[in-house]
Design a protein around this ligand. Structure first.
Ligand code: NAD
Length: 258
């Protein structure tokens, strides 16, 4: 039993590293044409070469999710150059580590502009086009849309010194439910993944600190995850096999949030 995403177009934000790069590789492996969107275009070109080397179809577009003009341009280009977007992986995100008493307005805006406002307007831009297709399509011909928002276990259960990040990821969870409620009837399913600790750029310096080593000891299997640990989940949520899953908040954290 395998899932085939041939003929589907997937748009992955923040695809230049970590989870985003792996999501893109995995969706391409499953047959989707993948639009790699991020600010670091050079890194995207390397990723495109790797995906093409594996026989996949990948396209590079510059995107800064904190800039609405950039979001609109990237989505419009993707649809003209690659095709109607069937799958959005709303992955771009930033973190910050301050105690709440030290958080400045700048720190707050940095996290919320990317993780909440950026994710919202990216999803809105893609969903508007999906909705237009769903409403215009003859009955039974719209093949459905999939929006996958990347939240975090921090959105469910906060930890010291990541307050604004945790708050932003909790907002992504509620955003997911609101979108699922409004758009689900049009066969646009919106779900959130809450990854646990995964070794990527966002936190890789952390694992060599005393606090990081202590944290690993708290993890159920005393190991930090790898981006590949989410491969099966992303393909399932991107596919038509997940037609009955909408508004779900899925912990993929090896049991950490427990
Ligand atoms: P990462 O730092 O490697 O990836 C984040 C990506 O987002 C980067 O490619 C970065 O360039 C991109 N990005 C940041 N701001 C952007 C902007 N304004 N416009 C476009 N792209 C932008 O870290 P990651 O772990 O791969 O993070 C991916 C997502 O997973 C994030 O939303 C993060 O919060 C979430 N997450 C990560 C972990 C973890 O432990 N690594 C756990 C839970 C959730």
């Amino acid at each position: 039993y395998s899932i085939d995403l041939s003929g589907r177009v997937a748009f992955v934000t923040g695809a230049s590293s970590g989870l985003g790069a792996q999501f893109a590789r995995t969706l391409a492996c499953a047959g989707a044409a993948v639009v790699l969107a991020a600010r670091r275009v050079d890194q995207l070109k390397d990723l495109r070469a790797r995906i093409e080397g594996d026989g996949g179809d990948a396209h590079v577009l510059p995107l800064d999710v904190t800039d609405l003009t950039s979001i609109r341009a990237a989505v419009a280009h993707a649809e003209t150059e690659v095709g109607s977007i069937d799958i959005l992986v709303n992955n771009a995100g930033v973190s910050s580590t301050q105690r709440l008493a030290d958080v400045t307005e700048e720190d707050f805006d940095y996290v919320f502009d990317t993780n909440v406002k950026g994710a919202f307007f990216t999803a809105q831009e893609v969903a508007r086009r999906m909705l237009a297709r769903a409403r215009g399509a003859a009955p039974g011909t719209f093949t459905g849309g999939r929006i996958i928002n990347i939240s975090s276990t921090a959105g469910l259960r906060t930890l010291p010194q990541i307050g604004p990040y945790a708050m932003s990821k909790a907002a992504v969870i509620h955003m997911t439910k609101a979108m699922a409620q409004e758009w689900g009837r049009y066969e646009i399913n919106v779900n959130a993944i809450c990854p646990g600790y995964i070794d990527t750029e966002i936190n890789h310096l952390h694992w060599d600190t005393e606090q990081g080593r202590k944290l690993v000891q708290m993890l159920p299997r005393k190991r930090v995850g790898k981006p590949e640990d989410l491969d099966a989940l992303i393909v399932l949520l991107a596919s038509s096999e997940s037609h009955f899953i909408n508004g779900a908040v899925i912990q993929a954290d090896d049991g950490f949030a427990l």
